[in-house]
Design a protein. Structure first.
Length: 363
């Protein structure tokens, strides 16, 4: 949808119309005064005709200027209309947007994409709230190129942050210990175009973005013929790792992997059920790097988790000086089927739906 496209031209037309109306009113007043002066002039000392001729010329010049302004406004209106028409073609397309902010909602995680110009020796990802407070620290991928970071709002202790906009900060260091500049962006489908105060905005996930913020434009990822698409069907039966701290009971067990940004003094692993109730706790590996955690479904109270139930893993790591160590968590499971909704693929891993873009590794 395109809304308020004519706001600027309507305002301009009103200004020109008002100027023309005022000129006409002033000209009528001038003619009445001139007529009165001519009627009551002294025959022995008549008015100088050059004086009112000059005034008539001035009125004519002002009228020409107003008409010229009207023509310019029409041209600007046509240009603005053409720009809006061009942006209409963005609707339904996927775009990359230059921003370090992403939205977290109840049903949708915050997703960022960050690009490193070269290999990083160390680093971490910091999620910052609207008050400038760091609410979550995660391990980052250190390889050169683009990486994706998906955050479902879970913070240390298993609590969930409120829906809203959050900022991502990439802290990366090169081999010599110097700071690296990483570019950050988000990605989404253009829903509509809106013109506000003469400026066109793209609406993505309910947010306004200027066209100048667009880094890339592409057709959304779709399947032309889902029944014949082998690339997704071939995932069925495969063991995959995916973004997010949730995983699912399959064959009586639940699996995750977690990464530590540095060596820790202590690592505590906590498993929560779908009601955010702590059901199991143990200690984990303290060395830097990635580790696997397989839980057999036995809860602290001795009961067993049921097949296809979803559980969340929280890993809390502390350094020797009791500072938080950056942690990221990935779910792991076997793809049982693939479904297509509006030509978009969705993997079924037990009772968990995972989009293909969330798959990190296939084993």
């Amino acid at each position: 949808m395109v809304s308020s496209v004519g706001n600027t031209s309507n305002t301009a037309n009103t200004v020109s119309g008002n100027a023309a109306s005022k000129l006409a009113s002033d000209f009528d007043t001038f003619l009445k005064l001139l007529t009165t002066q001519l009627k009551n002039q002294d025959p022995t000392s008549p008015m100088d005709p050059n004086e009112f001729t000059q005034q008539l010329v001035q009125f004519s010049q002002v009228e020409q200027q107003i008409n010229m302004n009207k023509n310019l406004e029409k041209m600007l209106e046509l240009i603005a209309s053409q720009q809006s028409s061009n942006l209409v073609s963005y609707i339904g397309k996927e775009i990359d947007i230059s921003t370090d902010k992403a939205s977290l909602s109840v049903n949708q995680p915050a997703i960022w994409y960050y690009n490193l110009p070269k290999e990083a020796s160390a680093g971490e990802l910091r999620v910052i709230d609207k008050n400038g407070k760091t609410v979550h620290v995660a391990q980052m991928e250190t390889g050169k190129g683009e990486h994706v970071f998906v955050w479902d709002g879970t913070v240390s202790g298993g609590a969930k942050m409120l829906p809203g906009d959050y900022k991502l900060e990439v802290v990366a260091k090169d081999a010599s210990g110097g700071e690296m500049d990483a570019t950050i962006k988000t990605r989404g489908i253009v829903e509509s175009i809106e013109r506000i105060d003469g400026v066109d905005y793209l609406i993505v996930n309910g947010k306004q973005y200027a066209a100048s913020d667009v880094l890339a434009l592409r057709a959304p990822t779709t399947i032309t013929n889902p029944q014949e698409n082998g690339s997704y069907v071939n995932y069925i039966g495969k063991d995959v790792e995916f973004y997010g701290s949730n995983s699912v009971v399959q064959d009586g067990a639940v699996r995750w992997s977690y990464g530590l940004a540095a060596n820790s003094s202590t690592t505590t692993i906590k498993v929560y059920d779908s009601n955010n109730k702590l059901v199991y706790q143990t200690t984990g590996d303290t060395s830097k790097g990635r580790h696997t955690f397989n839980w057999d479904g036995t809860k602290t109270d001795g009961t067993k988790a049921n097949e296809d139930e979803i559980y969340k893993l929280v890993v809390e790591a502390k350094s020797v000086d009791n500072q938080a160590v950056g942690v990221d968590v990935l779910g792991r499971g076997k793809v049982e089927s693939v479904a297509f909704e509006n030509l978009q693929a969705m993997f079924s891993i037990g009772g968990l739906g995972v989009p293909p873009s969330w798959i990190v590794a296939v084993h």
